[in-house]
Ligand binder design. Structure first.
Ligand code: ATP
Length: 317
């Protein structure tokens, strides 16, 4: 952790717990007139030291736009974004921030060592080169040109660049996209270590098991607004659901209209229902088709909770 910083962490109103970054009632619109896109609408978000926060949401939900406002790359249309208590575009705040975005803009012809040296040079107290290389899994790649690396190796370089300044807050937009299983697990462990050392870590991900395995707090965004927030277990509990699967002749369209049924799907003879609770569904199934067999009831995964939270009742055949 950088020890030379003069800037105090911004003390927020909420119980005096320090906040590294926050969005307060932030909205962002792109375009004008009938073509206006409301990417983010009235979003509140806070990131605290030592926490790993995952932003989840379907494509186009507003996750990258939210991250852009936290990191000062995008100005809010209304509301306020603060980074270490300052405007996120203020260089004194940005020096304490490490960012890894989806698009890189890194020159293909620079070698990994040159890139890391260049980025370390932007910061007052950068992380030692050897630590950056090890944490990002770049051992042996230091002499290679960026443009000649594989997609996964390039992601690791970008990760190294985000770490280079030894930042207090790290923001990653889909950091594990394109990484193989081993590299992903390695990155998870690094992210956990960063949070344990007191840094704030924010990431967006499409891998829901990643948020489940990693995050202290999950914020689910849909159409620009927060629709759920809490620990992974709390998010799952927000859908007080059970997945009921059974071999039955009950019609999909009928079952999908039962009260409390959030999703229904059929695969051959198997009907699967995500429902608020299992008992009424089991009763209804057996009433309609006494020969229903093979019933299993399970808790929803984070993925199912996420789908139920971000979609209206949907029946698929
Ligand atoms: N520069 C821009 N100009 C116009 N529209 C934009 C711009 N950036 C984002 N949008 C729109 O804002 C909405 C939110 O986009 P955003 O990239 O924040 O979503 P996301 O949750 O990160 O999606 P994904 O998971 O696909 O990366 C989308 O409808 C997108 O098309």
């Amino acid at each position: 952790m950088t020890t030379t910083q003069q800037t105090p962490v911004h003390p927020t109103a909420a119980h005096g717990i320090p906040v590294l970054a926050e969005l307060l009632g932030v909205s962002k619109q792109f375009g004008k007139g009938p073509a206006t896109v409301h990417a983010v609408r009235g979003l509140d978000l806070q990131v605290r030291p030592g926490e790993l926060l995952a932003l989840l949401g379907p494509n186009g939900a507003g996750k990258s736009t939210a991250i852009g406002m936290v990191t000062g790359l995008t100005a809010p249309t209304s509301g306020s974004a603060r980074l270490f208590g300052r405007d996120p575009r203020d260089v004194r705040a940005r020096r304490r921030l490490g960012v890894m975005l989806q698009a890189s803009g890194v020159p293909d012809t620079l070698r990994v060592r040159e890139l890391l040296t260049q980025f370390r040079g932007y910061y007052p107290a950068p992380l030692p080169m050897a630590q950056v290389v090890t944490a990002a899994g770049l051992d042996g790649l230091e002499g290679r040109m960026f443009g000649e690396l594989s997609g996964g190796q390039q992601r690791r370089v970008l990760f190294g660049i985000a770490l280079a300044g030894d930042p207090d807050l790290l923001v990653f937009d889909e950091p594990t996209t394109g990484l193989d299983v081993e590299a992903r697990r390695g990155l998870w462990s690094t992210l956990r270590g960063l949070a344990r050392s007191g840094r704030g870590v924010v990431l967006t991900t499409h891998y829901l098991e990643e948020a489940d395995a990693l995050a202290d707090r999950v914020v689910v965004i849909d159409r620009g607004v927060v629709i759920a927030e809490g620990g992974p277990d709390e998010i799952k509990a927000r859908v007080p659901g059970r997945r009921v699967r059974a071999r039955t002749s009950v019609d999909l369209a009928v079952a999908s209209r039962w009260p409390g049924v959030a999703r229904a799907s059929r695969e051959g003879p198997w009907l699967e229902l995500l429902a608020a609770s299992a008992e009424p569904v089991l009763r209804a199934l057996l009433d309609r088709d006494p020969s229903t067999t093979g019933v299993t009831v399970t808790e929803p995964s984070l993925e199912e909770a996420f789908l139920a939270l971000t979609s209206t009742t949907e029946a698929t055949r």
